[in-house]
Ligand binder design. Structure first.
Ligand code: NAD
Ligand code: G6P
Ligand code: MN
Length: 442
């Protein structure tokens, strides 16, 4: 069987060890020749890379791990690029969260003004990696986790329409892992789902077992009581703030009891409540720095100091890492697996903008994703999605045109923002914070 070469872009990401471990563990179905790490910040990438080299030397001596900040080295001879970069690092994520909060507006990595600000940083970074891949490995596929996936996807649809990039999100798979736990099923793969929406903005309309039996009644009964507060071994979503988010799904679900919501909808539907309960001096960035980032780098340093990875494991069972490996397999071996991906609408949602990047079930094979037809959507969802997709499209317009007014419109359009006046105040502070990363706005 062919052995694959995979580049992980954003090699210094807190998710890199988990993805590497998952890749290594799945070699019976996806054999590896080499994993190359690429990052534009050597000091961030080095500890992760060195630790993972020791881990591989001790456990999988047939696989090579290399790392570089040189695009030619990192992107030559590659089959897949798995990207997870964070342009501006946690410093800027913290500002994305804290600046809107000063105005009592949701401060979030991917939602509201913070998400839009992050979008304007990410577009350039993701396009750069995509261009490196196409220059040095024109046949490769890029599987992109880099956020905000909705805005990045709209930008790549418009600016690189022929590129082999698939934008993905782990939230639906994490929630489906919870569904499986609620239903006492061994795996989320024992269910067949229907779902539609935008990234971080969607709804399940059907969940059945493999025989087609309706599982929605049992799920609804649970969610009406407890939201998504069920036990799984998902490492990332164990943090207190994620537990709160999972509980809050109860209130979000109550708005449309026929469906089951994506957790992120809380930021658009209960924005006042979210802001009221947020600690404006200690946001999710600070929590991540104190937990995941600290733990991952501590493990890396421990491995390096001991020159041994004995007894150390990185987040096994994480839906995040297994999902990206499944996607690579689906493309490499034309498995036609059914997966939720962010793709151009093109008829999947009938009564919605055909040019929008939507999140829907797709069959995935060697030519990429083929979206399934989700049909017409109801007025409530359609209205919300039209407003949100307009905000996302305006943000991409603003980046392409360097337009202040388009960006002001984008922030004003977000349902998290109460007025154009507040939008302008937030925008002006975000411009100051993002000087190094944003195009100049006129
Ligand atoms: P992190 O800051 O730990 O890692 C990001 C890495 O990217 C850093 O090492 C940084 O140096 C590097 N980087 C930044 N700009 C770069 C560029 N232009 N070229 C190459 N490398 C660059 O962040 P994290 O918390 O591990 O998250 C990584 C990314 O994955 C974020 O964008 C996050 O939002 C995303 N993510 C997405 C999903 C999803 O559902 N789509 C899920 C989890 C994480
Ligand atoms: C979920 C989302 C991702 C997001 C992540 C944030 O997994 O799907 O898009 O990046 O949560 O996680 P964090 O733990 O960094 O707040
Ligand atoms: Mn996501």
């Amino acid at each position: 069987m062919k052995k694959f070469v995979v580049t992980i872009a954003g090699g210094g990401s807190t998710y890199t060890p988990g993805i590497i471990q998952m890749l290594l563990e799945n070699q019976d179905r996806f054999p590896l020749k080499e994993i190359k790490l690429y990052d534009n910040l050597a000091s961030r990438q080095e500890p992760i890379a060195k630790a993972m080299q020791i881990y591989v030397r001790d456990n999988y001596p047939d696989v090579t791990i290399s790392y570089s900040t040189d695009p030619k080295m990192a992107f030559t001879g590659v089959d897949f690029v798995m990207a997870q970069i964070r342009v501006g690092l946690y410093d800027l994520r913290e500002k994305d969260e804290k600046i809107p909060l000063k105005y009592n507006v949701v401060g979030q990595e991917t939602c509201g003004p913070g998400g839009i600000a992050y979008g304007l940083r990410s577009i350039g970074g993701v396009l750069e990696i995509l261009d490196y891949m196409e220059k040095y490995s024109p046949d490769a596929w890029m599987l992109n986790y880099s956020n905000p996936a909705a805005i990045v996807a709209e930008a790549t649809r418009r600016l690189r329409p022929d590129s082999k990039i698939i934008n993905i999100c782990d939230m639906p798979v994490a929630i489906e892992t919870i569904f499986a736990a609620i239903l006492d099923l061994p795996s989320r793969k024992d269910m067949i789902v229907r779902y539609y929406g935008l990234n971080h903005f969607g709804w399940w309309t059907s969940v059945t077992d493999k025989s087609g039996n309706d599982l929605m009644p049992k799920l609804r009964e649970f969610v009406e009581q407890k939201g998504y507060a069920a036990e799984t071994d998902d490492y990332q979503h164990r943090a207190q703030s994620w537990k709160d988010t999972y509980k809050k799904a109860k209130d979000v679900q109550a708005l449309d009891p026929e469906t089951l919501p994506n957790t992120y909808l809380k930021y658009y539907l209960f924005q006042d409540d979210i802001v009221m309960h947020e600690d404006k001096n200690f946001t999710r960035t600070n929590e991540v720095q104190a937990t995941r980032e600290k733990e991952v780098f501590a493990k890396a340093h421990k491995i390096i100091e001991a020159d041994s990875a004995k007894g150390i494991s990185f987040a096994t069972g994480s839906p995040h890492a297994s999902f990206i490996v499944d996607l690579a397999c689906a493309i490499a071996f034309n498995t036609q697996e059914r997966m939720l991906l962010i793709v151009p609408n093109n008829g999947s949602i009938l009564n919605f903008d055909q040019t929008a990047m939507v999140e829907v079930p797709c069959l995935v094979g060697k030519n990429g994703p083929e979206p399934l037809a989700m049909g017409n959507i109801p007025t409530f969802q359609k209205g919300l999605m039209e407003q949100q997709v307009a905000a996302e499209k305006l943000a991409v317009d603003a980046w392409i045109e360097g337009s202040y007014s388009k960006l002001w419109q984008a922030i004003t359009m977000s349902k998290t923002v109460p007025s154009a006046g507040v939008a302008k105040q937030i925008l002006d502070e975000l411009i100051e914070a993002n000087k190094q990363f944003w195009p100049e706005l006129k």
